[in-house]
Write a new protein. Structure first.
Length: 70
């Protein structure tokens, strides 16, 4: 528990690295943006792979149907 608390006295406020406290309590930096970008990239890749598989299935179906009709 000592790693989670600051080393100041009981009534001394914690010192911040940036010189000011974080108002929103959110983590500053690009961590969330990088995670969101990675998620979106993986979603786009999954959709592209699914579209490719659907295209291959459609081409095979067209070939099979063209053979049946003759």
């Amino acid at each position: 528990m000592t790693m989670l608390t600051h080393h100041g006295g009981r009534y001394k406020p914690a010192s911040y690295l940036s010189g000011r406290p974080e108002i929103s309590g959110a983590i500053t930096g690009g961590g969330h943006i990088a995670m969101l970008r990675r998620f979106c990239l993986s979603a786009v890749v999954v959709l592209l792979i699914g579209g490719g598989v659907a295209g291959i299935i459609a081409l095979k179906a067209m070939i099979a149907l063209s053979r049946i009709s003759y």
